[in-house]
Design a protein around this ligand. Structure first.
Ligand code: GLC
Ligand code: CA
Length: 561
């Protein structure tokens, strides 16, 4: 019987997959220990070989690096660490030659305190740039309200010269922009046009749901970090501002946007990304499936709960279907490596492939983070002073207040820090993992001798070659792109099983999240003997409809009528 799926509007961004580059750790072309655009140029063929269609660059702009590029001091230039604007144009050109689109990170909730706007507004209250930010008088000797930063102590920094405080929801050196000021919105549009005119194909919009702060900046509900967050997450004007950016700029280009959206739920997401007139972003990165082993933050860990993860994925799959479009990811520069969270170090290769199949076969635009495709893992540093990230420093202070020992904090940091995702890319088993001929800016994971691209290339059964195959399969099968989604065995704590269906074709995705054998019974309506096994992480697969799974086994079957 042929069932017809609801009509989904076909668009290029729904059919693409994206590779994320965190430039500092990707590939160093000039031997100064820092990844750069020369390095990127030398790897474009590699990226293309993954069967992705686009590159998202974490910020490449000039930055004092208080938050490694997410504190921008010049929006219309390229950091000298990474190259020049000319070199960037060459990257765009060379990428386009290979049919790879380029997506820039647009960080407009805040600028660096070393940005010209901030410096001018700080010198003079009468400067038009003063009102680019949130400058306020204190309450006596106290800051203007009780907000706390999510990165670094209080959310207000005092300036003696002006006798005023400025707001920073993130680090001290990341001053929040006042998006209520129309001049600031004009600046944002000008930045967008600058990069689009240069040929880029879209933006990943950093913490975009934070850009509108509640009028009057009222006190927030007291929390250990991030007090006040309810007054700027999905704030009152966020839709208006995004609609303005869309109308005045984005609609005039064939481009796409994905917004980073902490605290996002499917219901709320529809108000941003549902197809139609009110749509202000194409996709959103929500965080719900990344909380299956933690609560509130990556730093408060719980045992991994497969049911929690499945519930999050299934909810978004169900609720967005035919209405809006999902963004699919398991890793980025803000989280520890996924194999160490939802997979298994002992079964690194098996679980790395299983996790790939698990999310790449869902409905949505997939993102793959550098190193994920070779199964890179967390690093273990032996001393707290080796870490470099502002969040790590802040959490250290918080843990100290709770009287935790340094050993304990080191253990937590090794497990939870996002620096796990920021170690240099492991290209080869040679010096510095082939990342740099000089001294790398951050520690190379010692497991590079085993885990590296060169070794993975030579091994037909590597995680790398599995990613290639899975991404190719997705690209070549509309079923994987446009099919609907149905979950089986929802209550299982060990298996994640779902099907996709499109124009009479069906896909059955079977994923085991345990090393223990689980008795798998083929769901009603499927006969594995009639299916084509298109992805698998074990050889010698029987076609029996009941079988015992092997550790972290995955099988993906295609059924064509
Ligand atoms: C986003 C970025 C993160 C950064 C923060 C502040 O969450 O992904 O890396 O630290 O915003 O810009
Ligand atoms: Ca370099």
């Amino acid at each position: 019987m042929k069932t017809k799926s609801p009509e989904i509007k076909k668009t290029w961004y729904k059919e693409m997959s994206v590779y994320q580059i965190w430039p500092r750790s990707f590939c160093d072309g000039n031997g100064d220990g820092i990844g750069d655009l020369e390095g990127v140029l030398s790897k474009l063929d590699y990226i293309k070989s993954l069967n992705v269609d686009a590159i998202w660059f974490s910020p490449l702009y000039p930055s004092p690096n208080a938050d490694y590029g997410y504190d921008i001091s010049d929006y219309k230039n390229i950091s000298s660490d990474y190259g020049t604007l000319e070199l960037f144009k060459k990257v765009v050109e060379e990428a386009h030659k290979r049919d790879l689109k380029i997506i820039m990170d647009l960080v407009i909730n805040h600028t660096s305190d070393e940005h010209e706007w901030f410096k001018k507004g700080r010198e003079d209250k009468n400067s038009p740039y003063h009102n680019y930010y949130f400058w306020r008088k204190g309450r006596g000797k106290k800051p203007p309200n009780n907000w706390k930063s999510v990165f670094e102590g209080g959310a207000w920094e005092y300036d003696g010269n002006l006798d005023e405080y400025y707001l920073h929801v993130f680090a001290k050196k990341q001053a929040d922009l006042n998006m209520d000021n129309p001049a600031v919105r004009e600046e944002v549009k000008s930045i967008m046009r600058f990069w689009l005119d240069l040929g880029v194909d879209g933006f990943r919009e950093d913490v975009i749901t934070y850009i509108s702060k509640r009028e009057g900046l009222p006190n927030g509900f007291p929390l250990p970090i991030g007090t006040g967050i309810e007054h700027y997450t999905n704030g009152p004007k966020v839709h208006d501002y995004l609609a303005e950016f869309r109308r005045d700029v984005l609609d005039r280009y064939d481009c796409f946007t994905v917004g980073e959206a902490p605290g996002m739920t499917p219901k709320l997401a529809k108000s941003f990304i549902a197809e139609g007139e009110s749509k202000v972003l194409d996709l959103m990165f929500h965080f719900q499936h990344m909380a299956a082993d933690c609560i509130l933050t990556d730093w408060i860990r719980l045992p991994f709960s497969l049911k929690k993860m499945k519930k999050a994925f299934s909810r978004w799959q169900r609720e967005m279907f035919g209405v809006a479009w999902n963004a699919l990811y398991l890793e980025n520069h803000d989280h520890p490596r996924i194999i160490d969270r939802y997979g298994s170090r002992k079964y690194r290769v098996e679980s790395g492939k299983m996790l790939a199949a698990m999310y790449l076969c869902q409905s949505g635009t997939p993102f793959v983070y550098q190193g994920q495709e070779i199964g890179m893992t967390n690093i273990e540093l032996d001393s707290l002073d080796k870490f470099k990230d502002v969040i790590t420093f802040n959490n250290y202070r918080l843990f100290k207040k709770l009287h935790l020992s340094d050993e304990r904090i080191l253990r937590i940091t090794n497990r939870c820090s996002r620096e796990n995702a920021r170690t240099p890319m492991q290209w080869s088993g040679g010096k510095n993992a082939g990342f740099s001929t000089g001294e790398p800016w951050f520690y190379v994971n010692p497991n590079y001798t085993e885990i590296n691209v060169e070794a993975a290339e030579k091994d037909a059964d590597s995680i790398l070659n599995f990613y290639r195959k899975a991404l190719k399969f997705r690209k070549e099968n509309e079923l994987v792109i446009y099919g609907d989604y149905k979950e089986h065995y929802k209550e299982s704590r060990k298996l994640y099983v779902y099907e996709r269906k499109y124009n009479g074709k069906r896909l059955l995705v079977i994923c085991s999240f345990t090393e223990k054998p689980v008795r798998f019974i083929t769901p009603d309506g499927f006969n594995l003997k009639k299916g084509k096994l298109v992805l698998q992480n074990y050889k010698n697969v029987s076609d029996s409809n009941v079988f015992l799974t092997r550790p972290y086994e995955t099988r993906v079957y295609l059924f064509e009528d």
